[in-house]
Design a binder for this molecule. Structure first.
Ligand code: FDA
Length: 307
């Protein structure tokens, strides 16, 4: 029952100030967000790709409040893409972006977010890679899907994320699977009301499998974003039944979570992409990782107490 409480705290400014300022927090944060700057993250990128893993890079941040912050977010991604160009990794390192960080929630936010994300998608394409639009809370998704569709007119490789816990997702999956899109399927990490989402794990897991089947049987490129061993086996089986080759879908996991499994799947010949977040505005991302596994909170508390 701690998960929803932590998720509510992830949107609290007071908690943000408290947790972010505590000097003990940073070493714990490192497990999930292994750097605050491009210079700190480049060695991590080199290390993971040398191990045969692929990456999707996230500059952490969300819920910004001014157009200047949105422009700064765009520039942070452009700086990252400049460094990726030097590493010449192509699609082995793509980008994940949250449109709320690009101004989606501000006045005129839909157009602002599109205007800020387009140069990032263009710059990614120029170095032979692509961008995936993360899914945030359910109120943002119509705008996210519209931006995804708009970007795909010029950059068809642009991906998006769908969340199994939402009732709407089966319909979204059918549409996206029919138009050849790259789609990452995740369980969903936000605090959603019972009117729009399944709230219990067994129901969410069943929905995940239903949506996965739609994606595997469709024309698109499924990206299975989960650490759940049962769902990973089911994905392999559904991929086989749908006649997909091993490189016609991929697995994705978060940096710092089940790292042995990243290597095991890559060694089996799967494309395994690690979602690697970095930056200074890590609070929301960090709190969602705590909410997914409240045992992480004990780890956090223990490291505070033992200092
Ligand atoms: P589940 O939560 O059942 O976990 C399965 C097992 O994985 C656990 O038993 C545990 O061993 C391990 N595990 C999972 N989370 C852990 C954690 N935080 N710490 C330690 N161990 C953990 N969500 C969203 O709403 N929008 C998005 O755009 C994205 N993007 C995204 C990208 C990628 C690549 C991944 C893997 C996930 C996301 N998510 C997301 C998050 C997603 O919605 C979900 O909250 C987490 O992936 C946890 O769900 P699992 O499928 O891993 O299953």
């Amino acid at each position: 029952m701690l998960g929803p409480v932590i998720l509510a705290a992830s949107r609290s400014d007071r908690m943000r100030r408290l947790v972010s300022a505590a000097p003990v927090t940073r070493p714990v944060v490192d497990r999930f967000i292994p750097g605050e700057s491009v210079d700190q993250i480049v060695p991590i990128i080199q290390d993971l790709t040398a191990k045969g893993l692929e990456l999707t890079m996230d500059v952490v941040g969300e819920d910004i409040t001014t157009p200047e912050q949105a422009a700064a977010a765009r520039d942070a991604y452009l700086e990252l893409i400049g460094r990726l160009a030097e590493l010449d990794l192509g699609t082995r390192a793509e980008m994940s972006v949250k449109l709320s960080m690009f101004g989606q929630a501000l006045e005129g936010g839909h157009e602002l977010a599109l205007a800020n994300v387009r140069p990032v998608v263009e710059a990614a394409a120029a170095i032979g890679t692509t961008v995936t639009l993360d899914a945030e809370d359910h109120t943002t998704l119509d705008s996210m899907f519209a931006i995804h569709e708009e970007l795909r007119k010029d950059f068809p490789e642009t991906g998006c994320v769908i969340q199994a816990y939402l009732f709407r997702t089966e319909a979204d999956a059918r549409r996206l699977a029919a138009n050849g899109s790259r789609v990452r399927l995740v369980k969903g990490a936000y605090k959603e009301p019972a009117e729009v989402a399944y709230l219990q794990k067994p129901e969410i897991d069943k929905a995940y499998v239903r949506v996965l089947r739609i994606l595997m049987e469709g024309d698109g490129y499924p990206m299975i974003g989960s650490h759940d061993p049962r769902l990973i086996s089911i994905a392999q089986e559904l991929g086989r039944r749908a006649g997909r080759k091993i490189d016609e879908y991929e697995f994705q996991m978060l940096y710092g979570i089940r790292s042995d499994e990243h290597l095991r799947l890559a060694a089996e010949g799967h494309r395994m992409r690690v979602y690697t977040a970095y930056g200074t505005d890590w609070y929301g991302y960090f709190m969602r990782r705590l909410a997914e596994k409240p045992a992480n909170l004990l780890f956090f508390a223990r490291s505070v107490l033992t200092r």
